[in-house]
Ligand binder design. Structure first.
Ligand SMILES: Cc1ncc(COP(=O)(O)O)c(C=O)c1O
Length: 420
């Protein structure tokens, strides 16, 4: 595992040391990327390193198979990464990357797994996050595994599973009457108050909000390495990615830059078109894309059952938009009705229970196939970012489905177990 050479702010390219834990560039408030000595990496990181395939050490599995390009620290792992790539039954070119197979049932395990690994490395004892739900659940699990306290702020109407995760893993759970933006504000005030009260550093909470620390992007970049490796070190034509804060999209793009710099991709390989998919109930990126703007506007009255997409103003909006445009992709929003219809369609025809966020991607995919903008044979990797089973309450509500109140009279209770 390589040492971090420095942290680099995304726009100003300021270089900062990674010797102490950092959130944003203190001068510009920009996000920071992890940078390595690429000349050294070219000598030490090997794409086809057989050690990466050895099952002898559990650390050689999952996303840690890419430890040659991840920071040098002892992993806190629950088995995240190396998720299945499922061939669609109907579209020959469509591959569904099943991120619901991760620990805690979502791709958040990758980013939070690495963020908690680094927090432990730095000796941090309190981590805090505003979350649309799944990041909170993932932080709670990894913090428990690391013996670190987790403080979670999430909207009170998140899927019940996210609340339950927080409680089960023993986190400090704050349910907020508002959106993730309100959660971020309240958490910010709390940390400010702790600093004003001169709380000892060990007791001060460390904020690991999306794109406000460098390691969640670094963990999620493993999706980019994984897609390429699972396709025999080639790129797909397009990647469909449900976008809230956009960490995965940004992380994958970083992975592509690194893989190319390391010579892991054949010269002249064309990067995939990146599609950012949202719900019309909260579509800041899709709206900015449509209106040809370089950053998003705060999306008023955000409401969608795709809870992870309810991010009214992503911190890295300008980075997401830049990547989508540069790649020749698009940002598209589907209605919640279309998203629900897509959940049912893929469940019934593919056997895959999508998260509402994943179904925002399938809904857009089907729309582009129908419009002839994509062909069923185009090689597309579509991310189902979470397990549909984490959303039983939200999806059932969207379907107006209720548990039957009484059992049918033809099935007497106990009749099956107790012979008459
Ligand atoms: C299942 C799921 N998909 C997508 C997203 C959006 O992720 P990102 O912030 O990386 O865009 C989230 C965020 O909470 C999520 O939980």
């Amino acid at each position: 595992m390589p040492p971090i050479a420095y942290l680099e702010s995304v726009r100003s390219h300021h270089r900062l040391s990674a010797d102490t834990p950092r959130t944003l560039d203190p001068d510009t408030q920009e996000s920071l990327y992890v940078r390595y000595d690429m000349d050294a990496l070219r000598r030490t990181a090997h794409r086809d390193n057989p050690a990466r395939y050895a099952a002898a050490s559990p650390r050689s599995l999952g996303m840690w198979r890419y430890r040659d390009v991840l920071p040098d620290a002892e992993p806190v792992t629950l088995g995240e990464g190396w998720t299945p790539m499922l061939q669609s039954k109907r579209y020959p070119g469509l591959l569904i990357k099943e991120e619901g197979a991760n620990p805690t049932g979502s791709f958040k395990a990758r980013g939070l797994g690495l963020a908690v690994t680094m927090a432990k490395h730095y000796g941090l004892q309190h981590l805090a996050v505003p979350s649309a739900g799944n990041a909170a659940g993932a932080l709670a699990a990894y913090a428990a595994a690391a013996g670190i306290a987790a403080h979670l702020y999430m909207p009170q109407d998140v899927p019940f599973a996210n609340y339950l995760e927080g409680i089960v893993y023993g986190a400090d759970v704050h349910m907020v009457d508002g959106l993730i933006s309100d959660c971020a504000r309240l958490l910010g005030e709390q940390i400010k108050a702790q600093k004003a009260a001169n709380l000892p550093a060990a007791e001060t909470w460390f904020d690991i909000s999306t794109l406000k620390e460098p390691f969640r992007v670094e963990g999620k970049k493993t999706m980019g390495y994984e897609v390429a490796e699972q396709l025999g070190w080639t790129y797909p034509d397009a990647i469909f990615y449900p976008t809230g804060g956009g960490v995965g999209l940004i992380g994958m793009w970083k992975a592509f830059e690194e893989m190319e710099a390391l010579g892991w991709m054949a010269a002249g390989s064309r990067r995939p078109k990146m599609y950012a998919l949202q719900s019309t109930g909260c579509a800041p990126i899709a709206s900015a894309f449509e209106q040809n703007q370089s950053a998003s506007q705060f999306f008023q009255n955000a409401a969608t059952f795709a809870a992870g997409l309810r991010v009214p103003k992503p911190y890295g909006d300008f980075i997401i938009l830049e990547i989508v445009r540069q790649s020749g992709g698009r940002a598209i929003a589907s209605t919640d009705e279309e998203i629900l219809a897509s959940i049912l369609d893929y469940a019934r025809h593919e056997g895959i229970f999508l998260s509402p966020e994943g179904a925002a991607a399938t809904a857009a995919y089907d729309q582009l196939i129908a419009a002839g903008e994509l062909s069923p044979s185009d090689r597309v990797v579509l991310f189902n970012t979470g397990a549909g089973l984490k959303y039983t309450d939200m999806t059932a509500d969207a379907m107006r489905l209720r548990r039957p109140q009484s059992l049918p009279t033809s099935l007497p209770v106990g009749g099956i177990i107790t012979p008459v």
